[in-house]
Design a protein around this ligand. Sequence first.
Ligand code: ADP
Ligand code: MG
Length: 610
Amino acid sequence: MNDEIVGIDLGTTFSLAAYVRNGKAQVVKDTSGNSLIPSIISIHADGSVFVGTEAQRHCLTDPVHTIFSIKRLIGRTLKDLEKDLPFIPYQIQEKTRDDGRTVLTVKIGDKDFTPEEVSAIILGEVRRLAGNPTKAVITVPAYFDDSQRQATRDAGKIAGLDVLRIINEPTAAALAYGLDRKRNGTIVVYDLGGGTFDCSVLSIADGVFKVLSTNGDTHLGGDDFDHAIIRHVLDDKLNIKTKLDARSIAALKLEAEKTKRNLSSNDQATFNLDSLPTLGTTPLEITRENFEHKIIPLIERTLACCKKALKDASIKTTSVDEIVLVGGSSRVPLVQKMVQDFFGKKPLTSINPDEAVAIGAAVQGEILSGKRKNLLLLDVIPLSLGIETLGGAISKLIHRNTTIPAIATERFSTGVDNQTGIVFNIYQGERELAKDCKNLGKFTLSGFPPMPAQMPQVDVSFIIDANGILTVSAKEIRSGVEASVKVQPASGLSKEEIENIVLDSIEHASEDFKQRMLIELRTKAGIDLNHARRILSNSMLPLSENDKSNINTAIATVESAVLQQEPGIIKTVLDEFQTVLTPYASMAMDAAAKMYLSNQNPEQLNDLGK
Ligand code: ADP
Ligand code: MG
């Protein structure tokens, strides 16, 4: 059994794997020496499935059975994709199921596939080439939201991988260069891939790694460079004005890509018309100068994104310490030159830009395996998370760019008398109204005793784990009724569906279970700690200095226990904490009840215990 941890860059256009072996990072190569697997699959009526280069060949002959750029769809809903729809050539549809969850599917022939399943087929091929590892670190763009991260993780599960960690692509690239070893600094990661451009500003302060801002363009990349060459061939060289059929366009695209790659290392390259006999027979010579002239405006657009990212992070170009070039299109010499001119500094290019992310994921795998020490890797969440309150407004609990893991708690109450439950709608986004944000799911806390409006005190906690995945829990303080859910995105595959697809996941069960226990226990610890702190600051309680010191010691013990990786240790400490806390908690309950019975103004009661 291969129990090494593999790092996987699941890209929009190319995917690849890497390992760190004996302290040295290396990408996985196939028998012809290629590390990059095109993120393309084709599925046929007879059930045959092709992945990667094989599938790419089928693009030409059988476009309707070929799917590419599935990463644009993963974890999204039709509504999210409104702007992308004109760019998606295949048939997609959304189904709403009985439980209200929606699932997006892609039609291939007469079969429907979810983006998770398509991604799992690609991951399966990456995994096979990598020698069938069972544990992986997978990268996602820094701006990926909760649903997109969860769906990526689900795709990994379907492919038989235990996804130990999801990390941000720019962070991975910085790790690949060992920039985590710097004490302090600002890093810009410039990632120009096949169809997307991302610029991220990272900071390192005393070994803590943080994404300060991201900006980019989801429809700008190497594909546009290919189109620039196609336009040059059709308009300037062949003067062809007629509309071409799908097959010819696909053949032109393949040839343009080949020419573009050649132009990265040569001043001139040949554009062959062998597969396009109707357009001509003599091969065409394309110069680098011609190509560069066409792509200047495209590169300028990437630099405009960089400018915005720097502005959001309040960083001047002059204070950037390192620029990391990522993505296959960063191999274009003019891209490197224009980036260098923009920042006034030579970017790092010693690692192949299309391999840096996978290598960084492998480095993260090495860190997780405990072979590399003294490192704290922190990312930030890309979008704010909150709860819908009365009137459809959003109360944000965790703001965007908060470092993860993170926890936040806020107190809510009821609006009407004798309410015994509250439904919380969880949202993600920057706007103030729920209707403008993305609904991540619903959460109900029920079964607390009827009380006057405003009397119940419900503490809602949001916990984001190191993967950026959200767990929400709520507790009614007076009655102790509590509930907790790992937020299931309102779209994508249900837990059962994934479990049905996963055939060989049983061997990972114990590690998965442990991780879940840890999340749950840390959630509980967060709630209990808050509770204890509120007791300490409650001026209505007759607490002696001795009581206060007891509580403070217990708080410190829990705070250090939650950092442990062993659920058993955390559980024991939490149980002890409960024992210490119980007499004070009932003291607080009594005080609240006394106030209530003496018929105080409920508004005032609501402030009790804060
Ligand atoms: P992803 O978009 O999946 O992150 P990559 O980072 O591998 O993918 O970028 C793929 C893009 O890089 C493609 O458009 C490909 O044509 C382009 N590319 C790869 N090698 C070169 C090269 N030598 N010169 C120019 N472009 C290249
Ligand atoms: Mg990429």
